[in-house]
Design a protein around this ligand. Structure first.
Ligand SMILES: [Zn+2]
Length: 432
C-alpha cells in the first residue's frame, strides 16, 4: 500500500513533527507535550513535511509569497517558494497552513540572561515559546555558561554571549565578577585577550557615566579595546548614551551600538558618520514607551504571578515618554539614512521582541523593515549562516502566525505555532 497522503492542520503539526524526529518515543512524548497524536501516525517514508498554503515572509525584504509551500526534512528547509514551483516528495506529510502567515523566528541581539545554567536554559525555552530562535547576551555572563552556545536544546533558543564585558569600575551597579573593570589601556587589552581565549561572540563595552555616578571609558581606553579586539578577529559593540561618545566610538572603529543615541536628537554630523560606515550595526533597543498598553495578549504566555507584576507596572509615565521620543526620532533618522538595524530588547523579558517591533514601527520603520531587522539582519550580525530567512538550506525555524504582520506588526503576537529546528515547540503552557 502506498503511503496515504496525510493532511493535518497546524494544531497537529507538533505531533507530526515529534513523530518525524523522534520515532521511537513519539507517542509517549506526544502525550507529554499535550498534543493528540493522530491514530496510526508514523514517520512518513520520505521523512519530509510539506507546509502548504501559507503566506510566506522570507525575511530578506522581498514581497511575501502567497500560497507558498515549505518542505522541511529533519531540522532543515529543503525547498521554499510558490506552491507551483515546489516539488513535494512522495510520501511527505502534508500540513495545511491555509490562512496563516509564516515568517522566520525572531532573533534578539541584546539581552541579559540569568546567572545559572538551569535558569539560562529556562530563559532560552521562554524565548522559543515567544518565537525567538536565538539571543545574544551582552556582557554579564560567567565563562562557565559559554558551552551552552554549542548545545541544541530541544524547545530552546540558541545562546550567544559576550562573556564579561568591559567598563570602568562601577561599584554597586553590577558585580565585578560579571564584568572587566579596567583603569588603563593595558587592562583593556588584557581583558580582550581573555575574551578572545574564551571565544566570545563579540566584545561588549559600556561607555556611560550613569548620570555622573562613575567615570566612563575614555577614548584612549576604548580605542585600545577596539584595536585589540580587531587584532583577534573580534567585533566590539558599545553601550552608549550620549551622541558625543557615539561619534568617538564610530571614529575609533566600533562595529555596533547596543543602543541608539539617548541624550538628544542626533545631528547631521552623526548621520554622516553612520553613512560612512556601511558595515556598522545599530540595535536601537528602544526603551519602554511609557504609556499604558493592552497586555492581555501576554496573559496565556506567563505564569500568573509574573503577569500580575507586569500589569501593575503598566501605567502612563510621562518622563519615559520624552526619553522614548528622542530615541524614536533618532531611529527614524538612521533608518532613513540606510543604517543596518537589528532587533534588541535588553534585560530578560522573553516576550519583549514583540513590543520592540511595534515600537520600531511606531518610530517610522515599515513592518517589512522591522521584520528584516529582526530576522535576516540579526542573523547576519550573529553570523548565523543557517538562520534569519526561510529558504532552502536554512534551519527550519518557523514562526506561524494567525494574521499578517505586514498589515499590523502586532500580529507577530498571534502565534499559531513555533517550529524550531524542524520540531514544534510545546506552547500548551507557559514556560516555568
Ligand atoms: Zn544591555
Amino acid at each position: 500500500m502506498g503511503a496515504p497522503m496525510r493532511r493535518m492542520n497546524v494544531v497537529t503539526v507538533a505531533a507530526s513533527l515529534v513523530a518525524t524526529s523522534l520515532v521511537a518515543t513519539s507517542l509517549a512524548l506526544g502525550v507529554v507535550v499535550g498534543f493528540a497524536v493522530p491514530a496510526g501516525a508514523q514517520a512518513p517514508a520520505s521523512g519530509a513535511t510539506a507546509f502548504e498554503g501559507a503566506r510566506l515572509i522570507v525575511g530578506d525584504g522581498r514581497a511575501p509569497i502567497e500560497n507558498a509551500t515549505l518542505v522541511v526534512e529533519g531540522t532543515r528547509i529543503v525547498q521554499a517558494g510558490r506552491a507551483a514551483d515546489v516539488r513535494v516528495p512522495a510520501g511527505a506529510t502534508h500540513v495545511s497552513l491555509t490562512g496563516k502567515t509564516v515568517m522566520p523566528m525572531l532573533i534578539d541581539t541584546h539581552v541579559h540572561l540569568s546567572a545559572t545554567r538551569e535558569s539560562v536554559i529556562r530563559d532560552l525555552r521562554r524565548r522559543a515559546y515567544f518565537g525567538v530562535s536565538a539571543a545574544l547576551s551582552l556582557g554579564q555572563d560567567s565563562y562557565d555558561l559559554l558551552d551552552i552556545r554549542e548545545q541544541r536544546i530541544p524547545g530552546a533558543a540558541r545562546f550567544f554571549s559576550a562573556g564579561r564585558g568591559i567598563t570602568m569600575p562601577e561599584p554597586g551597579r553590577i558585580a565585578v565578577s560579571q564584568q572587566h573593570w579596567i583603569t588603563s589601556e593595558a587592562d583593556g587589552r588584557k581583558a580582550v585577550q581573555e575574551l578572545a581565549e574564551k571565544k566570545v561572540d563579540i566584545v561588549k563595552v559600556w561607555v556611560d557615566d550613569r548620570a555622573g555616578q562613575f567615570k566612563k571609558l575614555t577614548p584612549e581606553f576604548y580605542a585600545a579595546i577596539i584595536d585589540e579586539a580587531h587584532k583577534h578577529g573580534l567585533r566590539v559593540t558599545a553601550h552608549i548614551f550620549n551622541m558625543d561618545d557615539a561619534k568617538g566610538l564610530i571614529r575609533a572603529g566600533v562595529d555596533a551600538f547596543a543602543h541608539g543615541v539617548r541624550d538628544k536628537d542626533i545631528d547631521d554630523e552623526m548621520v554622516e558618520l553612520y553613512k560612512k560606515r556601511a558595515d556598522m550595526v545599530v540595535t536601537p533597543n528602544m526603551p519602554d514607551r511609557g504609556v499604558k498598553t493592552d497586555l492581555s495578549w501576554l496573559r496565556p504566555g506567563l505564569p500568573a504571578a509574573d503577569f500580575e507584576k507586569i500589569e501593575a507596572a503598566n501605567i502612563d509615565r510621562p518622563r519615559e515618554q520624552l526619553f522614548h521620543g528622542i530615541q524614536a526620532r533618532n531611529l527614524a533618522k538612521i533608518n532613513a539614512a540606510g543604517v543596518r538595524i537589528t532587533l534588541g530588547t535588553d534585560g530578560n523579558r522573553a516576550w519583549r521582541p514583540h513590543e520592540q517591533m511595534e515600537d520600531m514601527v511606531l518610530a517610522g520603520m515599515t513592518p517589512m523593515q522591522v521584520i528584516v531587522a529582526s530576522t535576516r539582519n540579526a542573523a547576519e550580525f550573529l553570523r548565523m549562516i543557517d538562520a534569519g530567512t526561510l529558504e532552502a538550506g536554512k534551519s527550519a525555524d518557523l514562526l506561524v502566525l494567525d494574521a499578517n504582520p505586514l498589515d499590523d506588526i502586532t500580529n507577530t503576537r498571534r502565534i499559531s505555532a513555533v517550529i524550531l529546528r524542524g520540531a514544534a515547540v510545546d506552547r500548551a503552557q507557559p514556560v516555568r
